[in-house]
Design a protein around this ligand. Structure first.
Ligand code: NDP
Length: 280
């Protein structure tokens, strides 16, 4: 496993396992167990994925030492304020059957996230969370949060795949010492997995397109958390440490950007829809 060091000095695996839309509890538990058996140690869930209990059950059954795991969950919009964030944190911890979190993220830049950040800062200072961060924060909101708070987000988890590379946002994160983390690194299983240029590169290394994309993430120092419910894919997505893309191949992949995103967080209807989702 390769690790990166976050801005507060803690080490985070660069490859992890995501469980968005794995709502079936049995399937989620089995997938997470399969991922842990394959060697993943970073798990990414959220209160809004409705599967923290299943993730917790898999962690427990795996018998892997707690300090070897890196567990991320996220605070949903309805709980994004100073008072509610504490209760939401305790709820998530209870469901995950843990007594501390490695990383707690504000899931969306909506609601009273400044209040939530103050509470998360307190929990961080009490040692109940090893690092705190954000998700889906555009550069403007990210920099404003940094300028107005004592603790800087360790991570910003954003949509990132070859068709949506967010180069300006990544540049700002690097300048501000905030670690980028990719959500939907495989484009949510979409057309990018059929790209002919990626296919050509993947053939050269006898790898899949998914493996090439994940390797491109690592080499760009972007943490990546692919999801799958299939053992073969879970294992192959982890098998990316035995080849290195050349500088030229990295540059070729960087030209595939189409500004083609999955979620438009500036779309008013999506903002309304996300605000309407209740996690309890
Ligand atoms: P991914 O980009 O990881 O793609 C997952 C899809 O690709 C699934 O349909 C999966 O199918 C398929 N797939 C996985 N591996 C392969 C492979 N090797 N070959 C072909 N197809 C494959 O999508 P996600 O949207 O799940 O993103 C990953 C994680 O990022 C999430 O699980 C979540 O943890 C996080 N996330 C965070 C968000 C945020 O707002 N912060 C938003 C979205 C995601 P199958 O399962 O059938 O194998």
């Amino acid at each position: 496993m390769e690790y990166t060091t976050l801005n507060n000095g803690i080490k985070m695996p660069k490859l992890g396992f995501g469980v968005y839309q794995v709502a079936d509890q049995k399937e989620c538990e089995q997938s997470v167990l399969c991922a842990l058996n394959a060697g993943y140690r970073l798990l990414d869930t959220s209160a809004a994925y409705f599967n923290e209990e299943a993730v917790g059950n898999a962690i427990k059954k795996s018998n892997i030492a707690r300090e070897d795991l890196f567990i991320t969950t996220k605070l949903w919009i309805q709980d994004a304020n100073y008072e509610k964030a504490k209760k939401a944190f305790e709820n998530s911890l209870k469901k995950l059957q843990l007594d501390y979190l490695d990383l707690y993220l504000i899931h969306q830049p909506f609601g009273d996230y400044y209040g939530a950040w103050r509470m998360m800062t307190e929990l961080y200072k009490e040692g109940r969370i090893r690092a705190i961060g954000v998700s889906n924060f555009g550069s403007d909101r990210l920099v404003d949060l940094i300028l107005n708070n004592e603790v800087i987000p360790a991570v910003n988890q954003i949509e990132y795949h070859p068709y949506f590379q967010q180069k300006d946002a990544i540049k700002v994160m690097k300048e501000e010492n905030v670690q980028p983390e990719a959500w939907s690194p495989l484009g949510h299983g979409g057309q990018v997995l059929k790209n002919p240029i990626l296919a050509e590169i993947s053939e050269k290394y006898h790898k899949s397109i998914a493996q090439v994309i994940l390797r491109w993430n690592l080499q760009n120092n972007v943490i990546t958390i692919p999801k799958s419910v299939h053992q073969e894919r879970i294992e192959s997505n982890f098998d990316i440490f035995d080849f290195v893309l050349s500088k030229n191949e990295m540059e070729i992949i960087s030209t595939l950007d189409r500004n083609e995103y999955i979620a438009d967080l500036h779309d008013v209807n999506l903002v309304k829809q996300l605000n309407g989702l209740k996690v309890r």
